[in-house]
Write a protein that binds this ligand. Sequence first.
Ligand code: AHR
Length: 503
Amino acid sequence: SRARITLDRDFTIGEVPRRLFGSFVEHMGRCVYTGIYEPGHPEADQNGFRQDVLKLVKELGATVIRYPGGNFVSGYNWEDGIGPRENRPRRLDGAWHTVETNAFGLHEFVDWSKQAGTEIMEAINLGTRGVDAAREIVEYANHPGGTYWSDLRAKNGHKDPFNIKLWCLGNEMDGPWQIGHKTADEYGRLAQEAAKAMRFVDPSLELVACGSSNSGMPTFGAWEQTVLTHTYDEVDYVSLHAYYQEHDGDVGSFLASAVDTDYFIESVIATADAVRAKGKHKKHINLSFDEWNVWYQRGLDTEDQPHNVIKAGWREHPRVIEDKYNVTDAVVVGTLLNSLLRHGDRVKIANQAQLVNVIAPILSEENGPAWKQTIFHPFARMAELAKGQILRLSVDSDKYSNSRFGDTDLVDVSATWNEETGRVALFFANRGLEEAADVEVALRGFDARQVLRAEVLEIPEGGDRLTINTQDQPGRVGLTALEGVKATGSELRLTLPALSWAV
Ligand code: AHR
């Protein structure tokens, strides 16, 4: 197939928000326990933090990490995770039908984040709890001292405040599965009052209101409108969550998933701006896409990872939703990242869900190794190279037809320009299953003299579109040099192999 892309140095969308390359650590399955934290593991430090996993987290380049849930947070008492470990209660977590030991809590996450070099995005429980717990955790985390909660933090080992700026007001409160699920009016009012009380303690907070759990929710649109009508003055962001998977072998539609991401983002922007107009507000509400990924929600049902977690009984950190990602998934993840980046003028935060083991770019075995999944690569490269200005693109690509989204571009692309280094970075996906794509990029206003780097993720020799990385073959799917990329000053030419992601 063929694609012609035009970009212009003067046509920019805005600065790349570094928080677009966020991730998510939930107390779910083996994300925390035997993921980032495993005392006694040969690679664990004195805190129990696995250094082999941390090394991969740094290579992934995640910038901000949401914690501690997810559905988990809606039944979580944050106080259970502070103070001497031997006094911390063991609790039932109803969201994932798990026994939570609370061996890992807020202090451990703060210490781990410092080692990882990542910002914290803390979610509060607006399922079973409310305004009081919301203001108290802010006092505990951010108040300098001389009060009950801030002195308790000091007593528990952290004299200096944690200074957590970014907070989620609950999680997926529109979902009937959520503990303490609410109507949009109930949630909107609660979020408004919680936000006020949190800001009374620390006015510098940035707050995220819950939007819809996905664009197919029956309340989608109306939910955002009602919630933002209540909370407009108190919050800065509204959240979006989306997970995609291949249904019944319809790979064409799966590869076009980012069409839904575009639709979802653009619809939420339109709704937020309509509330702005109606309420005569001045500021804009931005978007926090704080859960996204490929997730095989149907089809995974093995004995050690039963889909029905309740059937399996109460367990400590069981294996749940440890999806193994293949080449196709990596290409889809590349297109989802493209969609986020193309909307970087309004999507200011995004968190791939999750970081380790649970629908994650990194897998780790208890007392064993850690390795990269296929989806690690597009994320890591984009986090590394998407810097400076996002470029507005004109894309003229051959199309293919799929049952869910109709005619869809075969070549998907996003691009950035770093004024400081003079570098342009282009991120491509070829959705064509059989055919390579010849791409021409018109580089208006640039004089492209050198291709500094060109890499591709494609089907490895002897593999197919379902090939994955395993503990024994962790490098089976990775990045290799993309040959034959030519820069001629005002034009770039390259060929993308069938079903590939390239930078
Ligand atoms: O990331 C897994 C789960 O997906 C989260 O706990 C929840 O918020 C979403 O439904």
